[in-house]
Design a protein around this ligand. Structure first.
Ligand code: NAP
Length: 323
C-alpha cells in the first residue's frame, strides 16, 4: 500500500511509519520541516493550505492525519489557539484535498482523542453509549478546553462532507505506551525509578492506555476492515484506577514503594514542567467496543503484562544505548 502520513514526524507517526515499512508498504510523510532526515519520503506542506503535496493523495491507499501542535504544554491563550488551529486547519485541508482528488485514497484515518469523553468513575465510555465531556460540573477549565479541541477536530473532519470513495475513521486514541525516550511511559517510569511512582491525588481516577503493539495492530485492522467507519476507540479493554495502574508499573519495574503525590503537589510540578495535570487527574474510563465487536483481539489487554513488556524493552534499550 501507499500510506500518506501528514504530521508523521512525531511519536505516533514514527511508530506507524516503521511498522508499515517493515511490512513492505510505501510511506510518505507530510511535514513543515521536510529537510529532516527520515527513513521514508517526506513532502513539504504547511498544514493549512492546499499545495503540490495534494498530488500525493492521488491513488494512495490510505491517509493517516496525525498533525497537531503538541498538547504537552501550559494551556496559555497562545498555546490554546495553536493546539486548536493546527488540528482544525490540517484536518480541513486534508478533507479538501481528498474531496478534489480524481483518485482519492480509499480510507482516511483521522487522529482524534479519547479525551473527548467525560470525566467519570461509574462506568466505561464506549462509542455507542459513552458520554462526551464538556458539561461535567466543577471540572477545571483546562479539561473542558481539551474536550472542545477534540470536538472541533472531529467536526472539521465531518465537514469535509460526503466523500463517496473514502472511508473516514476517527481514531479516539488513549495514551499510546511505548518505551521510547520522552514518551508518556518513559516519564511515568522515571517517577517510579526515583521512588515517586505512588498514586496521584486519591488514585481513583481511571487511566486509559494502549500498548504500542496493539495500537499498530489496531490501525492495520481498521485499514483492513471496510465496515469500520466513524469514531473508533483505540484503548485497551481494561482501563484501571491510577493507584492500581501505578502499582502495576512499580511491580513490573521491581520498585518496592512509590511516594504518592497530592493534587496540589502535581499542580506545582506541572507548573514548573510547563505542562498540565489533566493527563494524570482526569478520569479516563474508555473501552474499545467497536474494535472488540469487529473481532479484534488485544495482545496486551491487561496493564500488568503490558507494563512488564515495556519495562523489559526500556531496560534493553538502556543497555544497548551508546555510553
Ligand atoms: N501520543 C499519544 O498517546 C496520543 C494519544 C491520543 C491522540 N494523539 C494525537 O495523535 C496525533 C499524533 O500524536 P503524536 O504523539 O505523534 O504527536 P506529536 O509527536 O506531537 O507529533 C505531531 C506532529 O504534528 C505536526 N505539527 C505540530 N504542530 C503543527 C502545526 N502547528 N501545524 C501542522 N502540523 C503540526 C508535527 O510535524 P512537523 O513538525 O513535521 O510538521 C508533529 O510531528 C496528535 O495529534 C495527538 O494529539 C496522540
Amino acid at each position: 500500500m501507499k500510506i500518506v502520513i501528514p504530521g508523521g514526524s512525531g511519536q505516533v507517526g514514527t511508530l506507524l511509519g516503521r511498522a508499515f515499512r517493515r511490512d513492505g508498504h510505501e510511506v510518505v510523510e507530510f511535514s513543515r520541516n521536510p529537510s529532516r532526515s527520515r527513513p521514508w519520503r517526506v513532502v513539504a506542506w504547511d498544514g493549512e493550505s492546499l499545495g503540490p503535496w495534494a498530488a500525493e493523495l492521488e491513488g494512495a491507499d490510505a491517509v493517516i492525519n496525525l498533525a497537531g501542535r503538541s498538547v504537552n504544554c501550559r494551556y496559555t491563550p497562545e498555546n490554546r489557539c495553536a493546539i486548536t488551529q493546527s488540528r482544525v486547519a490540517s484536518t480541513r485541508v486534508i478533507g479538501k484535498a481528498i474531496a478534489q482528488a480524481a483518485r482519492p485514497p480509499r480510507v482516511w484515518l483521522q487522529a482524534a482523542t479519547a479525551t473527548i469523553y467525560c470525566h467519570r468513575f461509574d462506568a466505561a465510555n464506549d462509542e455507542a453509549r459513552g458520554i462526551l465531556g464538556g458539561s461535567e460540573p466543577g471540572v477545571p477549565d483546562t479539561w473542558n478546553f481539551s474536550v472542545g479541541v477534540a470536538t472541533a477536530w472531529e467536526r472539521a473532519a465531518a465537514e469535509a462532507g460526503p466523500l463517496p470513495s473514502t472511508r473516514l475513521v476517527l481514531m479516539r486514541t488513549s495514551i499510546v505506551m511505548n518505551p521510547d525516550p520522552g514518551s508518556a511511559f518513559d516519564v511515568l517510569l522515571t517517577l517510579v525509578r526515583f521512588g515517586l511512582g505512588g498514586r496521584a491525588s486519591n488514585g481513583r481516577q481511571y487511566v486509559s492506555w494502549i500498548h504500542e503493539i496493539d495500537f499498530i495492530r489496531a490501525v492495520n485492522w481498521i485499514l483492513a476492515h471496510p465496515d469500520l467507519s466513524g469514531p473508533v476507540n483505540l484503548a485497551a479493554p481494561n482501563p484501571l484506577p491510577n493507584a492500581a495502574f501505578m502499582q502495576g508499573l512499580r511491580r513490573a519495574w521491581g520498585a518496592p514503594l512509590g511516594l504518592p503525590a497530592a493534587a496540589w503537589m502535581l499542580e506545582i510540578g506541572a507548573f514548573f514542567l510547563r505542562t498540565e495535570t489533566e493527563l494524570i487527574l482526569k478520569s479516563r474510563r474508555v473501552i474499545p467496543t467497536r474494535l472488540l465487536e469487529s473481532g479484534f483481539h488485544f495482545t496486551f489487554p491487561e496493564w500488568p503484562a503490558a507494563a512488564s513488556e515495556l519495562c523489559e524493552r526500556w531496560r534493553a534499550g538502556k543497555e544497548s544505548a551508546p555510553r
